[in-house]
Write a protein that binds this ligand. Structure first.
Ligand code: PEP
Ligand code: MN
Length: 264
């Protein structure tokens, strides 16, 4: 069993009960889209807002994120709604920009977790900073690479660390965009029992219809929380349009979830 020196990710005003919910659009697109989505989510009781500012895309030519300008919209979200804001960092520069803009939580994306030099660069940039950091699994089903990234962040002195299960790339995309391979995050929990693990049904499913069943499955398997993509107008999203749900649908899905205690 690995020993990570961890502290719980406690956020004032956010319930410690399962599930922790993080929601928001795949990408920050415009100030209006960010604010409209954030206000609707906040009205539904969501306390942590996600939005990608820098988007590492598989192929060139896609929307690669609005960049630094979007950080001021996240600041506005904090001011207007009181929500915590979270975004993805892929380089040291992203980390510095996030810290300057008072971003509350950062996560490392799946493509970045697969690159130890990039993770180390992010870890070095975070040295001496006490901010919650979530580490998504690498795109490939490599548990050691995932644990290695978590260790790099922990070795930099960060203690409020969590993992995000977003599924694993495969050539076969018949049902899932990324195969859940649930045994891998379950093994991660066995190896690092005090590590919070949340599930990202949006990137596993790749389609709206799969969000509800994947959320329930994650809860049944004892995951600590969910990070779900939600957009005020999903069909028109600039990235991941097929998998985003409106704040209303998200609320509906969350209300239907059955949360059983792990020992039932
Ligand atoms: C995202 O969260 O929008 C994202 C790009 O996710 P992943 O790194 O899991 O592909
Ligand atoms: Mn996305």
């Amino acid at each position: 069993m690995e020993q990570l020196d961890l502290l719980p990710i406690e956020l004032e005003g956010v319930s410690q009960e399962r599930p922790l919910i993080i929601a928001g659009p795949c990408s920050a697109e415009t100030e209006e889209q960010v604010m409209t989505t954030a206000k609707s989510l906040s009205d539904k009781g969501i306390k942590i807002f996600r939005a990608g500012i820098w988007k590492p895309r598989t192929k060139p030519g896609g929307f690669e994120g609005i960049g630094v300008e979007g950080l001021s919209w996240l600041k506005e979200v904090k001011k207007e709604t009181g929500m915590y804001v979270a975004t993805e960092v892929a380089t040291a520069k992203h980390v510095y920009e996030c810290l300057k803009a008072d971003v509350d939580i950062v996560w490392i994306g799946a493509r970045t977790t697969a690159n130890p030099f990039a993770v180390q660069e992010i870890a070095d940039a975070l040295k001496g900073v006490d901010i919650p950091v979530y580490v998504k699994n690498p795109v490939n089903p490599d548990l050691e690479l995932w644990i290695g990234a978590l260790e790099r962040i922990n070795n930099a002195g960060l203690k409020r660390i969590g993992a995000i299960h977003r599924g694993f790339s495969s050539y076969d995309k018949k049902i899932y965009r990324n195969l859940p391979q649930w045994h891998i995050p379950i093994e991660l929990r066995r190896r690092i029992p005090n590590l919070p693990i949340i599930c990202d049904p949006s990137h596993i499913g790749g389609k709206r219809e799969l969000i509800a069943p994947l959320c329930q499955q994650a809860m049944d398997l004892g995951f600590d929380g969910l990070i779900i993509e939600s957009h005020c107008n999903p069909e028109c999203a600039w990235s991941d349009a097929a998998q985003q749900v409106t704040p209303d649908i998200l609320d509906y899905i969350l209300n239907l979830l059955v949360i059983r205690s792990e020992h039932q």
